[in-house]
Design a protein around this ligand. Structure first.
Ligand code: ZZB
Length: 258
């Protein structure tokens, strides 16, 4: 899989992360790196997700920057020329996903430029970077989780203001309009992030509809087909230093049967 790793710069650490990080990153700018297959949807980011029970590391990229992702992703990055010394991982510290929740970060290209990190129980440690940027307008998983978090903020130990940004229309499709994911979640009667079977089906439909029939509603490629905008947005983000290329051989993704 050829992912785009979106660099989400930390603006303000959560209280618990601040205590852990203090004095350990040597003045580096720290980014959460979110693996996405839909770079053209980045205009509609409303938050970011980490797995609350997953373990993350903060890894030095060079003297100036550090990335937050899983150990597994850092090892892959080391062999893709992401870090200053090829093949070498320089971990600055370990940190639990639950402690990163509540951190305020920048969301590159997004209409809402600053968003918060929220917990998502279905984030897989075996895929991507373990960090997922959230686009609830076009990702059924993101919409289902955001809806659940809003309903039960206290249970999930989040401040409701962290989940306050509503889905933003970024792509229009002939069948589902400007809110592909919310429409599919309703049509397939998805009530919670635990409805994994229907969510997998919704994701498949949303991917196909967006890719083959979607039109950009915002941004530099407004009015253009998603098929054309996708690679252009990706390349622009990478050349502007807002994202990195992050590849993952299919065979490494243990959770997938295909
Ligand atoms: C933003 C986004 C916007 C995404 C969208 C999807 C959609 P795949 O096909 O299974 O590889 N993702 C990335 N890493 C993880 C992880 N570790 N655990 C769970 N989910 C993860 O799926 C890749 C997509 O799954 C990624 O692209 C990411 O969410 C999420 F409008 O990033 B995406 C219809 C999907 N729409």
């Amino acid at each position: 899989q050829e992912y785009t790793g979106i660099k989400m710069e930390v603006v303000e650490w959560s209280g618990s992360a601040k205590a852990e990080i203090e004095g350990k990153v040597g003045g580096r700018t720290v980014y959460l790196v979110a693996a996405t297959l839909r770079p053209e949807t980045m205009y509609g980011q409303t938050n970011c997700f980490v797995g609350p029970t997953l373990k993350y590391g903060v890894f030095a990229v060079n003297e100036k920057e550090a990335f937050v992702c899983t150990d597994r992703a850092a090892r892959n990055m080391a062999f893709q020329g992401v870090f200053s010394t090829r093949g070498q991982v320089h971990k600055l510290l370990d940190i639990d996903g639950s402690k990163i929740v509540g951190t305020k970060i920048k969301a590159p290209l997004a209409i809402h430029p600053e968003v918060y990190v929220l917990p998502m129980e279905t984030v897989l440690a075996t895929k991507g970077t373990g960090v997922v940027t959230s686009v609830p307008s076009d990702s059924p998983d993101d919409f289902a989780t955001l809806t659940e978090l809003r309903k039960k903020a206290e249970f999930f130990k989040i401040d409701p203001s962290w989940a306050a940004i509503d889905p933003v229309p970024v792509i229009s499709t002939p069948t589902y309009g400007e809110m592909t994911a919310p429409v599919l979640v309703k049509q397939l009667k998805i009530n919670s992030p635990k409805d994994t079977k229907q969510l997998a089906e919704a994701k498949e439909i949303a991917y196909k509809e967006g890719f083959y029939n979607g039109t950009m509603l915002v941004g530099e490629y407004k009015g253009q087909p998603v098929q054309e905008a996708k690679t252009k947005v990706r390349e622009n983000m990478i050349s502007q230093g807002l994202a990195i290329a992050y590849a993952e051989p299919e065979g490494f993704v243990l959770s997938r049967s295909s």
